[in-house]
Design a protein around this ligand. Structure first.
Ligand code: PTT
Ligand code: SF4
Length: 608
């Protein structure tokens, strides 16, 4: 087999043993890798209805056929599990040297089951696993723990680790690497923490099997050059994703005051132009010539790596208009291993609850001192921090009907940084994202605001499906960064060519669409199996966007229309081959080779 090792390393933390799971080429040609591999393994290895924080819930670290190879922006990995935040499928994509080392370890993925009694970490050297004592690094933040591990094992390795938030089961804790790259928004850090697993240290030196190494090197060189010579390269290098602050504010989609509004008069105080003036460094993921991690010094003079989502959620959404203060909260989130998007949402939700008099402890909009004090409290689940650590959906349920009106999440995952009062296509993207509200699968908003913004057209629904298939299907399963394509227009044909050189298989975009369709239907089946029921309302965006119109800017008065959204959702289901409830039809499952999921769905919800 070329492009894949054909093997997953299954690590059992109870027995402190590892074994190989061999998978054949049909498996890989059906699911490719990364997210595809993760959901297929999860379906097999997770006992039905498993508690996400029980030792029986597997944690999957998966690479794809292109990750970790010397090709553009390939230093990525998928971390996946059943989510303690949503109760459904959860994953994230992390840029890390661990990608390079996993690729050279002799395995495509690592599946971790069981739990240790005492804190441990895994040291995996060319596929050989050691279970090492982590007592001395348990409780340390991710930056310090990573340093300690490098002192012991050297610098030429890749490390995935959790902070105090993951250790203490914060429902939106993440897996962190390289002091500022974070992945697994829906609580993948908490899953790792529930296993008492502080870190995975990877070292790999084996040559990955490739179909045509020379052709891959040639195409890769061409692609690197195409990126360097692209029109937007200079602007990208200057601001990266931070340019989106100004764009979002101009488009009136910048989340402001818990997604109450889409414009903020102080947005320049957290924007890309200011960041450029304060910038002290630029970082990024391995094998990338777009290095988009812009670093500034925060209020305490520590370095903090900024991205649009972090800044919007910890800036405009909580009304904090000082970039160095925002940077400080962001750096603390990385240290603690907390997702910034859910953190910004949770703080904003609580601020609004406080403003409405629904909670006894006050938290004012933009109160930096209080937020700064709260971040470690959340990570350690102390006092009010314990409430915020539960995330928006659970906080809202405890506040009754009124709480639900301003709870900004889908399926339990807090919404990322685009307000959708006046963006029905993006609302559908959030509603149907396979992990809950996240923009990674379909970022239709830039297209939407520049075209027929307020329409609920079939064309938009088709575009959402297309974007999901490319972003959530192709990029998440190849497991490489999508930004060369999204931001600089790198032709998708490069990826198909590189897949051919790596695997020997000639894929067309139609083949990819089929694989994506398979992955989306399997993920949907997993959600249904784990919940034991399904209703289409789970695919609705937050109620706030239907009920409470914008009051500021040129879009004042705008809100979403439920009936029109419902029509879009029905079109979406029809394109995906799902019934009116959002459940894959029997014939869809069959045509995708997913018959094996039918019995459990038949038993719980019935198939049409
Ligand atoms: C991603 C989500 C994003 S998406 C951002 S900023 W973005 C936030 N970053 C966080 C952070 O940082 N620290 C922290 N404690 N929490 C954070 N939460 C948020 O997590 C990220 C980049 C970015 S920056 C984006 S868009 C692209 N995402 C990709 C993706 O999803 N898939 C893919 N194939 N390529 C991608 N390329 C880009 O990668 P999640 P990273 Mg990420 C500090 O993790 O769970 O997927 O959520 O991993 O290595 O930091 O790269 O404006
Ligand atoms: Fe990482 Fe940014 Fe490069 Fe993507 S573009 S690989 S997120 S540094």
């Amino acid at each position: 087999m070329n492009g894949w090792w054909g093997k997953t390393l299954v690590v059992d933390l109870w027995k402190k043993r590892a074994k190989e799971l061999e998978l054949d080429i049909n498996f890989y040609s059906s699911f490719i890798g990364g997210r595809g591999l993760a959901i297929r393994l999860l379906w097999e290895l997770a006992p039905m209805g498993v508690d996400p924080l029980s030792p029986h819930n597997p944690l999957i670290i998966a690479s794809g056929p292109l990750s970790g190879l010397p090709i553009p922006s390939s230093g990525k990995l998928v971390v996946a599990s059943k989510s303690p935040l949503t109760g459904g499928y959860g994953d994230g994509n992390i840029g890390t040297m661990a990608s390079h080392h996993l690729k050279r370890s002799g395995y495509d993925a690592i599946a971790i089951i069981g739990a240790s009694e005492k804190p441990i970490y895994l040291y995996i050297d060319d596929g050989k696993v050691e279970f090492l004592d982590a007592e001395s690094i348990w409780g340390l933040n991710t930056f310090k723990a990573e340093e300690k591990l490098k002192e012991v094992h050297g610098r030429n390795l890749g490390i995935l680790l959790i902070g105090p938030a993951g250790e203490n089961g914060v429902r939106y804790s993440t897996v962190v690497s390289q002091k500022g790259r974070s992945g697994g928004r829906p609580g993948m850090g908490a899953v790792m923490g529930s296993k008492k697993l502080k870190a995975i240290v990877l070292r790999g030196t084996k040559e990955p099997p490739l179909y045509d190494r020379n052709a891959l090197a040639e195409t890769s060189k061409e692609a690197y050059n195409a990126i360097l010579n692209s029109k937007g390269y200079r602007a990208w290098i200057a601001q990266g994703t931070m340019a989106t602050v100004a764009w979002s504010n101009a488009a009136e989609v910048l989340p402001t005051m818990n997604f109450r509004e889409g414009v903020w008069e102080e947005s320049a105080s957290i924007g890309g132009d200011l960041m450029e003036k304060l910038k002290v460094d630029r970082r990024g993921c391995p094998y990338c010539n777009m290095q988009c991690g812009n670093v500034i010094e925060d209020l305490s003079s520590f370095e903090s790596e900024l991205d649009y989502e972090n800044v919007a959620m910890l800036g405009s959404n909580v009304l904090l208009g000082d970039l160095r203060e925002v940077a400080e909260l962001n750096r603390m989130a990385d240290e603690m291993g907390i997702d910034t998007i859910s953190l910004g949402n949770s703080l904003a939700f609580y601020m609004e609850a406080s403003e409405r008099g629904l909670v006894s402890e006050r938290l004012e909009w933009g109160d930096f001192r209080e937020m700064k004090a709260l971040v470690p409290e959340i990570a350690r689940r102390r006092g009010l921090g314990g409430f915020l650590a539960e995330g928006v959906m659970r906080m809202a349920s405890s506040l009754g009907e009124e709480g639900r009106d301003f709870a900004v999440h889908v399926k339990g995952l807090e919404v990322s940084a685009y307000d959708c009062h006046a963006a029905p296509g993006m609302a559908l993207a959030y509603g149907t994202s396979p992990i809950g509200a996240h923009h990674k699968d379909a970022w239709i908003i830039s297209y939407e605001v520049s075209t027929d913004r307020f329409s609920y057209s079939r064309e938009k629904v088709e575009r959402v499906v297309y974007l999901q298939n490319v972003r959530g299907g192709l990029f998440e399963s190849l497991t490489v960064c999508r930004l060369p394509w999204v931001e600089l227009g790198l032709d998708l044909q490069y990826y198909l060519r590189m897949m051919k050189h790596a695997t020997g298989i000639d894929w067309s975009m139609d083949d990819i669409a089929m694989v994506s369709q398979r992955i989306y239907s399997l993920i949907r089946a997993f959600w249904i199996r784990e919940r034991g029921s399904w209703r289409r309302e789970l695919d609705y965006p937050p109620i706030r966007w239907f009920k409470q119109p914008l009051t500021r800017g040129s879009l004042a008065g705008k809100k979403l229309d439920l009936q029109s959204y419902d029509k879009m959702l029905s079109m979406y289901y029809e394109i995906r081959g799902w019934d009116e409830r959002g459940i894959p039809r029997k014939k869809t499952l069959s045509s995708l080779g997913l018959d094996f999921v039918a019995p459990s769905l038949e038993a719980s919800v019935g198939l049409s």
